[in-house]
Ligand binder design. Structure first.
Ligand code: FAD
Length: 370
């Protein structure tokens, strides 16, 4: 069976693109190696820039009572802190709920799913102008292919350059009394821990740490928390007073920030598969959503014969580089800075002296609403 668009990877990028394309009248299939719903390691803070788009593709989201977040606090272990309001701000929703809602919406719209199916290879037949995606069950044919397989893609469609350091991510859901409109980032040696509210009065704690600190404590998460995180009393207070919704944390290892390309062999990458933003700026999901939004527009123009395939490739590549290249570089720099408490202390001193500097950095790492 022939599809207009085959999307490999049904995370936030792939699911959003599938709904957008289906609503425009195209035949869409998603190949996803997992199933729904599921927990994922993530800070679960979404920048307001993509709120309108999410509501448009998945109207159920509008009916939820989600916490709106417009205050920010940064601290270090030496009791230094910086507070500011967020001009654009964001909202909180768990990945479990968000992907479940997007999946249900995609099914409602008629997107086809191949779940528990892993794509192994993508081939293009120049004579017939069609793609064939080889999977562990059957092959899929389509006119266009999108790769939204995330950071750790097995598909050799993107040129990658490893920049070295590997990070580990850890997430918990907790219940505790805190200001629902506040996102906090607490620095510790080797990383930082974020906390913000999500649905049903819960909060998400998520930290990211350079893997060498986990190695130092024999890969023990409780030991890591005791030895490094709790040096910041703000983190210790959260961990000792909160009620943990699930006892064991969700973890992910091998996080790095690879340099990739938005188009390879004429297949289109979006979300983390095209390049991942360091989570310190809390904008990876909006990058995934924005790339879905623009790619859907571009593919629609191609199918409607307003642009050629070559123009489709050029338009999307130009958009991607203009919109995200600088932000990804800046996010990597901030990620690196955040590993060192003395640098975070200096940053806090500067931000307290010149609050507009902090607002400028936040502005640089976010886009306009779409
Ligand atoms: C610790 C941490 C905290 C973060 N916090 C935030 C935050 O607070 N706010 C924010 O905006 N961003 C945050 N991010 C970034 C955000 O999580 C990502 O940018 C976002 O998940 C990207 O979505 P995606 O759809 O591109 O990829 P993913 O969500 O990774 O989805 C990829 C999908 O592809 C599937 N897949 C992979 N390979 C195959 C294959 N071969 N065949 C079939 N299916 C396949 C996977 O199963 C998965 O479902 C954080 C990231 C980390 C690591």
């Amino acid at each position: 069976m022939m599809h207009d668009v085959a999307i490999v990877g049904g995370g936030i990028a792939g699911l959003s693109l599938s709904i957008d394309m289906k609503k425009r009248g195209y035949k869409v299939t998603i190949i996803e190696k997992g199933t729904y719903p599921r927990h994922k390691v993530c800070g679960e803070y979404i920048s307001m820039e993509s709120h309108g788009y999410l509501q448009k593709i998945c109207p159920t989201i509008s009916s939820l009572d989600l916490p709106m977040i417009n205050n920010f606090k940064l601290t270090t272990g030496s009791n230094k802190e910086f507070k500011t309001t967020l001009d654009l701000g964001g909202f909180g929703i768990s990945r479990y709920l968000l992907e479940e809602l997007l999946f249900k919406e995609a099914k409602k719209q008629g997107v086809e799913f191949m779940l528990n199916t892993k794509a192994q290879d993508i081939n293009f037949d120049f004579n017939k102008n069609i793609y064939t995606i080889k999977t562990n069950s059957r092959n899929i044919n389509s006119f266009l292919v999108c790769n939204s397989t995330g950071r750790k893609s097995n598909l050799k469609t993107a040129r990658m350059k490893n920049i070295g350091t590997n990070y580990v991510g850890v997430k918990y859901h907790i219940k505790m009394k805190r200001k629902p409109n506040l996102i906090e980032i607490h620095n510790f040696q080797g990383g930082y821990c974020g906390i913000s509210n999500i649905e049903e009065g819960k909060s998400c704690i998520c930290y990211i740490v350079n893997s060498k600190y986990l190695n130092k404590v024999n890969n023990s998460i409780p030991e890591l928390e005791n030895t490094f995180l709790f040096k910041n009393s703000n983190i210790e207070k959260i961990f000792t007073t909160a009620e943990f919704v699930f006892k064991e944390p969700i973890t992910v290892s091998g996080i790095n920030f690879l340099i990739k390309e938005p188009v390879t062999d004429d297949s289109f990458s979006l979300g983390d598969a095209a390049g991942s933003m360091a989570p310190i700026i809390g904008n990876g999901m909006s990058m995934a959503l924005r790339s879905a939004f623009v790619l859907a527009n571009n593919m629609d123009q191609y199918f409607s014969k307003e642009i050629t395939k070559k123009q489709l490739v050029t338009h999307y590549t130009q958009f991607w580089n203009k919109e995200f290249s600088t932000r990804i570089k800046l996010s990597r720099y901030l990620q690196h800075l955040s590993e060192y408490s003395f640098l975070t202390n200096r940053a806090i001193e500067l931000f307290n002296l010149f609050p507009s500097l902090a607002k400028g950095v936040i502005r640089q790492t976010h886009g306009n609403p779409f």
